[in-house]
Every structure is written in C-alpha cells, then in structure tokens.
Design a protein around this ligand. Sequence first.
Ligand SMILES: Nc1nc2c(c(=O)[nH]1)N[C@H]1C(S)=C(S)[C@@H](COP(=O)(O)O)O[C@H]1N2
Ligand SMILES: [Mo]
Length: 431
Amino acid sequence: MDRDDYLRSRLDEYIWLKSVDAGVSRKRFLQILATAIGATAFGGLANPAPARSEISKSKSLNLTNTFKAKESNILKPLPPGYISHSKGTLEMNWGAMYKRGYIVPNDWFYVHNRSTPPPFDPSTWRLRVEGTGVSTPSSFTYDEIISMPSISVTSAIECAANGRRFFEEVYNQRLSVAGARWRLGAIGVAEWTGVPLSLLLERVGLKSTAVDVLVQGADIDSLHSQKSKFSTVVPIAKALLDNSLVVYAMNGEPLPPDHGQPCRVIFPGWGGNANVKWIERIEVSETPIYTQWVTKQMVLVGSDYLPTAPYKGELITYQNVKSAFELAWPATISAGYHLLRGRSWSGKGKIVRVEVSLDNGKTWQLARLREPNFPFAWVRWDIDWNPVPGEYSLQARATDNLGKTQPTTVRWNNFGLLYGGIVSHPVKVQA
Ligand SMILES: Nc1nc2c(c(=O)[nH]1)N[C@H]1C(S)=C(S)[C@@H](COP(=O)(O)O)O[C@H]1N2
Ligand SMILES: [Mo]
C-alpha cells in the first residue's frame, strides 16, 4: 500500500524527532514501538499524536462541554438504529456495521457512562500520579501528556456485561442487577493514541516494590456508590505492558467527551470498566488495593463460582471469545444470494477459526477470515448464503489461538457478566 510505504519511509525520522522531543533515548522508544502488543506496526505514525498547535486549533476538540438539556448523559448525537438502555448507555448497531471497515467510527462507538462527561479545561486539568509505589509523585498538564512519546494501539473495548441479555433469555430468569441488558453491541474497535503507562510511571520513579495501580476518573460512580469516584485497579504487571496506555486520541481525533476527554486509560483485553475515562489520578501502591469495584462488581457470583476472600466471587480480568453477525436484531432479508458477515474477538488472544451454522447448530461450515486480524481487537469474516424464504436461526462459533472455543451453554452468574456462549440470531427471509 502506498500509504504504508510512505509511512515506513518516514518511520526513522519520526522516531528520531519523537525521542529527541521527549528526551528519551531512541533505543528506548524503538523498544516501546517494537514490543507493542496488538499495536499496529506503525499505527502511531499513521495517526501521530496531534501536534499541540493542531489540537488547540482543532474544531472537534470541545474544550467546554455543552450539556444538552435532554435526559441522556451522552453528548454525541445518537446514530439511527442505536439502542439506549438507560441515560448513559448506547449500544452499537451491528446492522450498521455491515461491510464497514475494521474500525468503528467515533460517532458509532458504544458508550457506557455512569454520569455526564465532566467538563474539561486544559488550563486547569491535571493528572496526578502518586502513591507509595513511586518515589517522586507528580502532576502532569494536558500539554505535558501530549508532548510525551506516544504510540497507537488498535484495540477493542468491550463491556464485561456485553451479551448480558442472553443470560435472561437462555435461562428464562431475571438477573439481580439493574445494569444494561446489552445484546452484543457493547464492543467497539478503535485506534487509541497515547503515552505508554510504563513511560509515565518511569517518570515518577516507579519502585520495584509496586504491586497495584488504581486509576480514578473525575465522575462519581452514581450506580454503585454515592460518594466514590469511578476507578479501577490493575496489577503492576498489566499496567506495565506495552499496550497499556494513557490515551488522548481516538481514531486520530482528540478523545471525544463521551469517551473520556481529555484522557482515559486502555488496558487491552480486560473488561470495559478497566478503561477508566476522564482520568485525574493514578495511585501506585506497594500494597494491594481493594476497591468495591474489584471485590464486589468485577466478579462472577453464583453457585458455580468459588469466592476467594476478599473477593465476593471469581475475579474477572480478561474478556472471553464472542461473535456477532453484522445484521439487525431480528433481521429481515430477501431470498437469494447474501454475503453474510460478522466479527469475532477474544480478550486475550487472536481468532484463528470461525464456524457458522445456518440451521440452528445442526451443521457448521468454516467462514472466511479477512485481514487484518489483530490480537485484542477482532477479525471480520464472511460466508455465502442462498436462503429460500423462511425463519432462520444463525449461529457463529469462534476459536482463538489459545484454544478457547465459544461454548453452547454458559454457567449462570448473578450479574450477567462474560456471556461468551453461542448466540442464535433470528433472521426472517422473505420471498
Ligand atoms: N470514569 C468512567 N470511566 C468509565 C466508565 C464510567 O462510567 N466512568 N464506564 C466504564 C465502562 S463500564 C465501560 S464498558 C467503558 C466504556 O467505554 P466507552 O464508553 O468509551 O465505549 O468505559 C469504562 N470507563
Ligand atoms: Mo461496561
């Protein structure tokens, strides 16, 4: 591809400029680029961090949020066919993704917010990095963050409750939580640009004794607690992976308010809630940090799961394997030839095989996988279909490179998390 050649030829120059800029050694920066897991080969160059002058000029950077008078907590316009389950949720419309590109455009990306995006003022915003695990606690301004060396990572973010509705449908039983009854649209893939968290932690003198990292947002977690701000905790090993980023750009644009403006973290592969938006504080600790999110919310609770104190259930980290058709739910199509399409993904690995059943699980055939197929993101696949009129139940079953295949049945858990089972997609074929 021309664009790739062009970018490749500029790679050296770019790295050099970036590393000089940032005062890090070129070798260190190359290491970061070369070892980035799930990072597009030189994605950071395809959409280099917008220069400071560009950012302040850019119209799309909404410096002071204009709050809409209506009920929704979501600021961007809701695209047609998208479902809002509540004030702060917007489910991606799989039908709209038919034959679309690898990446979900920002306007179409699902949203899971507990409150309205907090206002952002670049002159007063600070990211504090502190705690017993660092020797020189510091605050960073927005300009400082965007001037640091950056990389871009193409990764999915997926709500840990994606597919929640299927627990209730399959078990014909109500879940005991109030959260959104997502089908499979609480996922999206984007190119995230930002500073490797490891680099930021290096700057503040990360101690070798650090064990946990808490990332806190600016919003109150209204659903679970009236007092505390939304946060997540990851072990230091996850925080230091090359694709764990403090993100300020999404698909080449400054991070939109709904998705965390000015900065969020991404921890590829982990449940969506780990990707804290509107961040304002990072705490690195030499002792384990137990928040209610980690011990009470992000756990599998049910008779099939064993709690280990202080966790109230089995702890969730990485997401599982899932598949979705690029079809409305339910779909109505006309008889005759169709290119059936869909996408499959795995929290930890990369999809190696997708099988599709057009007869409710009786027979299966292999789908064609389309490049690209990045780990921590998804793969697009398709299959030819020539249906006669009737009612159909389509199924897709993916397998990742760790050997994990989507099961037919999923064990119940009370919060309806991690539904990774094969799903039956209803399709009506008309004459
Ligand atoms: N500060 C903050 N960060 C947050 C949330 C939130 O409510 N507040 N929701 C989390 C959840 S549950 C999910 S699934 C993802 C959704 O990211 P998106 O809205 O950009 O798709 O953000 C996570 N980060
Ligand atoms: Mo979520």
